[in-house]
Ligand binder design. Structure first.
Ligand SMILES: *[C@@H]1O[C@H](CO)[C@@H](O)[C@H](O)[C@H]1NC(C)=O
Ligand SMILES: *[C@@H]1O[C@H](CO)[C@@H](O)[C@H](O)[C@H]1NC(C)=O
Ligand SMILES: *[C@@H]1O[C@H](CO)[C@@H](O)[C@H](O)[C@H]1NC(C)=O
Ligand SMILES: *[C@@H]1O[C@H](CO)[C@@H](O)[C@H](O)[C@H]1NC(C)=O
Ligand SMILES: *[C@@H]1O[C@H](CO)[C@@H](O)[C@H](O)[C@H]1NC(C)=O
Ligand SMILES: *[C@@H]1O[C@H](CO)[C@@H](O)[C@H](O)[C@H]1NC(C)=O
Ligand SMILES: *[C@@H]1O[C@H](CO)[C@@H](O)[C@H](O)[C@H]1NC(C)=O
Ligand SMILES: *[C@@H]1O[C@H](CO)[C@@H](O)[C@H](O)[C@H]1NC(C)=O
Ligand SMILES: *[C@@H]1O[C@H](CO)[C@@H](O)[C@H](O)[C@H]1NC(C)=O
Ligand SMILES: *[C@@H]1O[C@H](CO)[C@@H](O)[C@H](O)[C@H]1NC(C)=O
Ligand SMILES: *[C@@H]1O[C@H](CO)[C@@H](O)[C@H](O)[C@H]1NC(C)=O
Ligand SMILES: *[C@@H]1O[C@H](CO)[C@@H](O)[C@H](O)[C@H]1NC(C)=O
Length: 553
């Protein structure tokens, strides 16, 4: 029966018939019927020729490297392009609908226009490759009218974002043109930012988004949008009502956050850190029922922060740190389902006491309360926050001491207590916090001896106990177990720092870069300094060091 079928027959029908045949023949093997063979040999190549040839031209626009050979190993002339790696086609048409070449390490000196012949694309990701600081083509994207996802992030493009071309993609749901950056922030908020790419420039966000009404995610990190005043904000408010992810860090935005943003009720993530935003933090953020992440750090925001923001039921991260002119108090936290994991108000003008009810934030992992205005005693209920892995506290008006609550915080990796009115000793139980990597207790009034248990904290890279009232003798050589030390600072106490008993030529601190031993009653150049390759800053001022400076120094 099958052998008499007229061919060409529609592919779908043929497959269907073969299936029926296989089911019907299940009692005896298919090869028992002499009239037909296995179906793989009669399947036509599904990819349309034009699509395959466009892809092959695109492939040729990349430099031949080990990476490109690996990325394109399946892209061979005469084979079905719908089966090539990174390609997907529509169910029936043979048109390429998805091109995903992300993070393949590909290199090219331009993005080839042949891309725009793939005009059935819905998903396009070329992120994480290297386009050698060429410009994104200024025209062409408008041909990809079905595109819903466009990702050209971290791809070393330079110049202007082709706003009018990409701005025609009315079906776009997710747009990512951001560049990768790394922020290293030290215990005292000095920080370093590494960026690997030139900055793209977008002079007019309105031109980009005016027709992108379906947009749900907008990632433009490190795209320069300076000089548009408040317009970036009203553009989003007017044209992208369905926005869920708004990620514009390092965009040189300088204006207040506009009131009309209240319309973007679906926002779940707002990342506007490292801009120059002014004005106040709008209270309507507290009303966005899906908001998970609010990152506004490193701006020039001002005014009182509405306490209701901290009581939001879904917020996981509130990061307001380094806005010196915002002020506020921590509210009382209720017991019912608060999801907060990360709360940062350091380097602000926050003040008042830390409420006892802070312990209701059961999920807290990182707590940054290092603003000078905090006062009063720290509630011992902090000891119930057993998931905490980072705790930073300041407050000239803080009184009391670090007490037994600290013993409970065994997950701590970072403990920074600075610029505070605390006194009393450093509790010896700190030696039991075995996960500590950074311990910085400085510019407070801690007294007594340095607990010897600190020598057990072998993961420490930062040990800063400067500017307290600590007494006793410290043998530098006894610190030999702390091989990860990068920053050691014992300056300005009443300590006597000596070399110690161990044979110092056997001891080294291979990673140390910052060494602060000012006012430590030192008489000789510490030999340890002869065994440090990475040292950047040494402070030995205000000691009683005699004799010649050693050769190795
Ligand atoms: C299909 O049949 C051809 C020849 O009839 C044979 O060479 C091939 O190996 C078969 N393929 C499979 C998957 O059985
Ligand atoms: C864009 O692609 C990069 C891979 O290079 C990925 O890291 C990033 O998450 C993607 N963006 C979005 C919004 O999915
Ligand atoms: C938006 O689309 C309209 C028509 O669809 C067009 O006239 C206009 O130029 C587009 N605007 C932008 C900024 O692309
Ligand atoms: C920005 O683009 C919009 C939409 O195309 C246009 O109306 C407006 O005049 C542009 N603004 C500037 C400053 O060029
Ligand atoms: C928040 O929402 C409530 C109820 O939906 C409304 O009454 C209130 O005005 C809103 N507040 C702000 C600041 O938008
Ligand atoms: C900090 O807030 C107090 C009021 O709580 C105010 O008097 C002071 O001027 C503020 N400081 C700054 C730098 O904003
Ligand atoms: C928190 O509650 C305490 C008493 O339970 C009260 O004295 C204090 O004023 C409240 N603080 C705030 C900011 O509401
Ligand atoms: C330590 O944690 C336990 C369990 O969460 C709690 O019952 C206890 O009160 C805490 N101790 C201190 C000193 O906070
Ligand atoms: C620091 O502590 C000592 C006692 O250890 C006390 O005499 C002194 O007044 C304190 N200084 C401050 C500024 O609190
Ligand atoms: C260091 O740890 C060891 C083993 O855990 C323990 O026996 C010793 O008492 C600790 N030393 C100090 C000074 O805490
Ligand atoms: C210290 O160790 C070095 C190398 O093992 C050795 O040459 C030197 O004599 C030792 N110095 C002392 C004081 O033990
Ligand atoms: C040590 O800490 C003090 C702060 O108390 C700081 O001023 C000094 O610069 C630090 N020294 C080094 C070498 O980091």
């Amino acid at each position: 029966m099958f052998s008499t079928m007229p061919h060409p027959m529609p592919l779908v029908l043929l497959l269907l018939l073969l299936q029926i045949q296989l089911v019907a023949a299940s009692s005896h093997p298919p090869w028992a019927h002499g009239t037909f063979t296995n179906h793989t040999t009669i399947l036509p190549v599904r990819c349309l020729l034009g699509q395959a040839s466009a892809l092959l031209r695109l492939k040729r626009s990349f430099t031949t490297t080990d990476e490109s050979v690996a990325a394109f190993h399946s892209w061979k002339v005469g084979t079905d392009c719908c089966r090539w790696e990174g390609i997907r086609c529509g169910a029936t048409s043979g048109h390429v609908t998805s091109l995903d070449l992300r993070d393949r390490g590909l290199e090219s000196d331009h993005l080839d226009h042949v891309l725009f012949e793939l005009n059935s694309l819905r998903y396009l990701n070329l992120g994480g490759n290297d386009f050698s600081l060429s410009e994104i083509p200024s025209t062409g994207f408008e041909q990809l009218t079905r595109l819903t996802h466009l990702n050209l992030s971290n791809s070393k493009f330079a110049g202007q974002v082709p706003a009018y071309s990409i701005g025609c993609l009315t079906n776009l749901v997710c747009l990512d043109l951001s560049s990768y950056y790394e922020i290293t922030e030290w215990y005292d908020h000095t920080h370093m930012i590494r960026v690997y790419f030139d900055q793209l420039i977008l002079p007019n966000l309105t031109a980009l988004v005016a027709n992108l009404t379906s947009l749900r995610e907008l990632h433009l990190g490190w795209v320069d949008m300076s000089g548009q005043g408040e317009k970036w904000c009203s553009a989003l408010a007017n044209y992208t009502p369905n926005l869920r992810v708004l990620s514009l860090p390092f965009c040189s935005l300088s204006s207040p956050i506009c009131g009309s943003l209240v319309g973007l009720q679906s926002l779940s993530m707002v990342d506007l850190q490292y801009n120059r935003l002014t004005g106040s933090i709008p209270v309507f953020f507290a009303n966005f029922s899906s908001l998970n992440v609010l990152q506004l750090s490193y701006n020039n925001l001002e005014g009182r922060v509405p306490p209701v923001i901290f009581q939001h039921k879904k917020l996981v991260t509130i990061d307001l740190h380094h806005n010196p002119n915002i002020l506020g108090n921590l509210p009382n936290f209720s017991t019912d389902s608060n999801q907060l994991e990360n709360l940062f108000v350091g380097d602000t003008n926050f003040s008042g006491t830390v409420p006892n009810s802070i312990s209701n934030l059961k999920h807290l992992k990182k707590l940054g309360l290092d603003a000078l205005g905090f006062t009063g005693e720290l509630p011992s209920s902090i000891g119930r926050l057993t998931s905490l892995n980072s705790l930073q506290i300041s407050g000239l008006g803080l009184v009391g001491s670090i007490s037994s609550w600290i013993t409970n915080l065994t997950s701590l990796e970072v403990l920074v207590v600075s610029c505070c009115g605390f006194n009393g000793p450093i509790p010896s139980s700190i030696g039991d916090l075995h996960k500590l990597r950074k311990l910085a207790l400085y510019k407070c009034n801690f007294s007594g001896k340095i607990p010897s248990g600190i020598l057990n904290l072998t993961l420490l890279d930062t040990l800063v106990l400067a500017s307290n009232n600590l007494v006793g003798t410290v043998q530098l050589n006894s610190l030999w177990k702390l091989q990860n030390l990068y920053d050691l600072n014992l300056s300005n106490n009443k300590l006597s720092v000596i070399e110690g008993e161990h044979n110092s030529s056997l001891i080294s601190f291979p990673n140390i870069a910052y060494l602060g031993l000012a006012s430590c009653n030192i008489n000789n150049f510490p030999n340890i300094l002869g065994h440090t390759d990475k040292i950047k800053v040494v402070d030995l001022s205000s000691n009683q060091i005699h004799g010649a400076i050693p050769q190795w120094a």
